[in-house]
Design a protein around this ligand. Structure first.
Ligand code: BGC
Length: 805
């Protein structure tokens, strides 16, 4: 232990107190023992330090900081070095604001296009997500502070996020949902990691020994601090025993007593507490020193310029009929769409940054050299039909050679806490597009949205520029691409399906129940579409350029490939060369091909370069559920090099030595998983894949019943609470402005009351509420009252002792 000297001076109460937060974003301090507190702040695309009233949903204001493009955006650059530069700048701002732990990046797998937080995540592919996240972590930690990759793990939906059980087979868990985290932990050594709210196969992620001990700490060698998501601690003692270091936010002193009781009763050992404390103290001393040394200012203009560069490198050109783009100097343009004046540039929730400055597309156009004949709002942002706005825009469109139409999802469509209802743009925007296309054939759509959309309207535009959510400088980046100052080189980090109805997870995503069946197994995103042979709108890895690239001279060994890439067009540009591994004759079923390497190469017009893409230990492996380890199936593999997952330019064969393990599925009937046709997997087959019966999905009246579920209890008071919350929520959704606070409460389990009320409610009081819901009204109520009195008395005494220590 690194800090045994301090630990031995602490009594059990002091030790336990240090393992939970002191405020919403600060750890506890014991000044008498020389232990300072540190600050943790969101987040993934800029610092959200709340100097005043703090909350974990981004509701109250925070100190101004640079709002960088969201992770979903920068992922489209396929450039971990760019991620590292962004991370470094965010880390610098964090350190300047005395933040020790920056709560990001988020790298959950985009299992469904509808997850409300997809804008915060990198990709549907774990290799790309892991590599990008590793870049961010390296950059953030260059400042001596800690990054905090999140949310570990299998947290791919927002509905019931604090009380949903992700039911997933071990192979899919390892290959899809954990590989990105493995890459970031092994390659970038984050000092902390955030456990997710949900359960994984029946056990809360934060107290899941399999995740935290077996895999994270033992297999991957993580020796840092595991931080709970805010209110994500279920049983703090089990968390500590199984590898979770710090419970956040301040849960009240009841949590300290809970931990002490667990030690005293032998449920956990004091050694467990000491081990976690050692991790915490290391984090505190190490990052505190870095923060103290860091300058209190940073170059905001330089960070703005970096944010613009990052956004520009991440723009994906999805369509460019007749080479309409780039626009020539002086081109007569009309600008339409509300997003041109008020950009949509980040998502809602805990990641929302109070931006230092926000550029608008309209303002940025003044420096573009284009001739702007005017601007019209065109549509109501929240989707209300408005004929006058449409008419005005159509009239303006007739006066220009090219129409730049800024469309996108409005602020509330993509938010933490809330999954999207569909993959559609608002109808009033589509009506405008159709009307404009009828009077002007040269329509360029500039799209702001943090996740994939259906594009049946593609025919109505000649060019489609996808800026994703480009951060505070994203508007300028769009202008750079339109004018050709920047040649677009971004590629999609997620598949764009033709329609949500094609999604492989649609029947098992965001259900109302307690369990979420990951029935599709490995077949998420392109892994499904390509194996099952389903067409898509835009494949994974797709993106156009103003130039063209030729691939030749592929040389391959099992350790990697080299090839020559030539820029065959007229302008300089970057190409993302992708390497997919396939085994068409595989005995152990697997997706048709999987991304195992990529390289971004910058080429002047006419220039050729030799590109090397190494393959690592993850290239051929699969998780064998019989041997419970990574194995390699021997034989020949195809190494496919392409410009997207659907545009393979060169293929080579290599022979790989296998590890000789038997096929774990030899005598298991898995016909759908063998073909990838997984949209109709019967129960028995999913159970066979799981290796156990599918867990029952029923509401139980216990600490983990959500407030919204109280309607299923036996307490009239509970019914009332559920009904009122439900009504408020429904109303706010109908108004087009879902109330994130109410939403959070509606989906919050009862036990979180004891974790998120600053100590006002104890777990004993929660147990009283549970009794109440079970129908023991009088005893339940009495218990709540007795426990409340006890809580107040004990808290007062404990705080006094801790203050004096
Ligand atoms: C989010 C985390 C965030 C935390 C603190 C939670 O609601 O899930 O991603 O870091 O709040 O704001």
């Amino acid at each position: 232990m690194k800090h045994a000297d301090i630990i031995q001076t602490l009594d059990l109460e002091q030790k336990c107190a240090l393992l939970s937060g002191g405020t919403v974003f600060d750890t506890r301090t014991l000044p008498g023992k020389g232990i300072p507190s540190i600050t943790l702040s969101d987040g993934p695309n800029g610092v959200r330090k709340q100097a005043g009233a703090a909350d974990h949903l981004g509701l109250n204001p925070s100190v101004p900081a640079t709002c960088f493009p969201t992770s979903a955006t920068v992922a489209n650059s396929w450039d971990p070095a760019l991620g590292e530069a962004v991370g470094e700048a965010m880390g610098e701002e964090a350190a300047a604001q005395e933040v020790s732990v920056l709560l990001g990046p988020g790298l959950n797998i985009k299992r469904s296009p509808l997850c409300g937080r997809n804008f915060e995540y990198f990709s549907e592919d774990p290799y790309l997500a892991g590599k990008m996240a590793a870049g961010y972590v390296r950059g953030i930690q260059k400042n001596g502070i800690a990054a905090c990759p999140k949310h570990f793990a299998v947290n791919s939906q927002e509905l019931r996020r604090m009380a949903s059980d992700s039911v997933v087979d071990e192979r899919t868990l390892r290959e899809l949902y954990l590989t990105g985290f493995e890459i970031v932990v092994k390659e970038a050594k984050p000092k902390t990691i955030m456990s997710s709210y949900n359960l994984v196969n029946g056990t809360y992620a934060n107290e899941n020994a399999h995740l935290l001990q077996d895999i994270l700490r033992r297999d991957w060698g993580f020796d840092g601090a595991v931080v709970t998501d805010w209110g994500g601690s279920n049983d703090h003692a089990l968390g500590v025993k199984n590898g979770s270091t710090l419970e956040m936010p301040f849960p009240g002193d009841d949590s300290v007593r809970e931990l002490m009781k667990a030690v005293e009763s032998g449920k956990i050992s004091e050694h467990d507490v000491d081990a976690r404390l050692d991790e915490l103290l290391e984090l505190v001393f190490d990052t505190k020193a870095a923060v103290e040394k860091a300058p209190r200012t940073f170059d905001a203009a330089a960070h703005h310029a970096l944010a613009r560069r990052a956004a520009a490198q991440s723009i994906v050109l999805l369509r460019n009929e007749g080479a309409l783009l780039p626009l020539k100097k002086g081109e007569k343009i009309a600008v339409l769409g509300d997003f041109a004046r008020t950009p949509r540039y980040q998502g809602a929730g805990s990641s929302a940054v109070n931006s230092i400055q926000v550029d608008s597309f309209l303002d940025c156009l003044t420096e573009s050299g284009l001739t702007n004949v005017g601007y019209a709002q065109g549509f109501d942002r929240q989707g209300k039909a408005d004929e006058d706005l449409k008419k005005e825009a159509v009239a303006l469109a007739q006066n220009a050679n090219v129409v730049l139409l800024c469309m996108g999802l409005d602020e509330i469509k993509e938010s933490e806490g809330l999954d999207r209802m569909d993959m559609k743009l608002a109808q009033n925007q589509l009506d405008l597009l159709a009307a404009v296309a009828a009077v002007n054939p040269n329509v360029v759509v500039l799209l702001s949205a943090g996740s994939s959309l259906e594009t049946p309207w593609l025919k109505d535009c000649k060019a489609l520029v996808y800026g994703c959510l480009g951060g505070q400088a994203g508007a300028g980046a769009l202008v750079d691409v339109l004018t050709g100052t920047v040649c677009p080189g971004g590629k999609l980090a997620e598949t764009w399906a033709n329609a949500y109805s094609d999604s492989p997870v649609k029947d098992h995503f965001a259900g109302e129940g307690r369990t979420v069946q990951y029935r599709e197994g490995l077949y998420v995103g392109y892994r499904y579409f390509e194996t099952a042979g389903r067409p898509v709108a835009f494949p994974f890895g797709y993106g156009l350029s103003y130039t063209t690239f030729a691939y030749k001279d592929l040389k391959a060994t099992p350790e990697g490939v080299t090839l020559t890439v030539t820029n065959t067009g007229k302008c300089a540009g970057a190409e993302v060369v992708q390497l997919y591994v396939a085994k068409p004759d595989a005995k152990v079923f697997r997706p048709a091909q999987e991304l195992k390497g990529f390289a971004k190469v910058w080429l002047e017009a006419g220039e050729s370069k030799t590109v090397s893409i190494p393959l690592d230990d993850k290239a051929y492996r699969y998780w064998n559920v019989a041997t419970d380890s990574w194995e390699v199936e021997g034989g020949s593999y195809q190494l496919r090099v392409g410009a997207s997952s659907a545009d393979i330019r060169l293929t080579a064969e290599v022979v790989v030595l296998g590890s000789g393990a038997p096929d774990p599925y030899q005598s298991v009937d898995l016909p759908h998983y063998r073909t990838g046709e997984i949209t109709r997997v019967p129960d028995a087959e999913f159970a066979a894949l799981l290796g156990r019966p599918i867990p029952e999905d029923k509401i139980r009246i216990d600490r983990n019943m959500t407030l919204g579920e109280l309607g299923h209890g036996r307490s009239p008071l509970g019914w009332l609470v559920a009904a009122v919350l439900g009504l408020l929520l429904k109303r706010s959704i109908q108004r087009g402005k879902p109330d994130l606070n109410i939403l959070f409460q509606y989906n919050m389990p009862l036990r979180a009351l004891a974790k998120m009320t600053n100590g006002a409610i104890s777990m004993g009081m929660v147990d009283g509420i549970v009794m109440e819901a079970q129908g023991f009204w009088i005893i339940g109520l009495l218990r709540v009252i007795v426990e409340a009195v006890k809580n107040i008395a004990q808290n007062g005494a404990m705080e006094k002792r801790l203050k004096n220590s």
